[in-house]
Design a protein around this ligand. Structure first.
Ligand code: DQA
Length: 147
């Protein structure tokens, strides 16, 4: 059966390309989604994509993935560090989630060192720019294949 994954991008990631390129790189969100699309063809899985600046919309999207997707590739952006509600949504749906970040959150400001999401994720990949997403998709795909 073809595996399907939700790729979920949190707040301000719609600005990638022009947003602090020294930290987040020059690739736009649609460049990242397109690279993920190429990888999904190679792996033989299907992706759906969603970005929102709103916590509630991200939670609705996580809830809607039940019965539709086998896992979630998530960059919660700033909500990584603040959102108990997104963490609870992931716990509630029980879908495997891989958390990704373009930057290395552990080498930045101390308020970024804590991820509220990480304890309910299968794992976290950060610091590799766009490759964090590609590594994350491979990790999620391999994880889901085994369960
Ligand atoms: C980010 C890291 C977060 O701390 C930040 O708030 C973001 C992007 C990243 O991909 O490096 O918006 O998730």
């Amino acid at each position: 059966m073809t595996k399907k994954f939700l790729v979920l991008h949190g707040p301000n990631l719609n600005l990638l390309g022009t947003r602090e390129p020294g930290i987040y790189g020059c690739q736009t969100l649609s460049d990242i989604n397109s690279s993920l699309g190429d990888l999904s063809t190679e792996l033989g899985c299907e992706l759906s994509f969603f970005q929102s600046n709103s916590e509630g919309e991200l939670i609705d999207s996580i809830q809607s993935a039940v019965g539709e997707c086998h896992g979630i590739l998530l960059n919660p952006a700033a909500y990584t560090h603040t959102s108990i509600a997104i963490r609870d949504a992931l716990s509630a749906v029980g879908l495997p989630c891989v958390e990704v970040h373009l930057s290395n959150i552990h080498s930045r400001e101390t308020f970024r060192h804590t991820s509220i999401i990480a304890p309910v994720a299968v794992g976290q990949i950060c610091g590799f720019g766009c490759d964090s997403y590609l590594l994350g998709l491979r990790a999620l795909f391999n994880y889901v294949k085994k369960i």
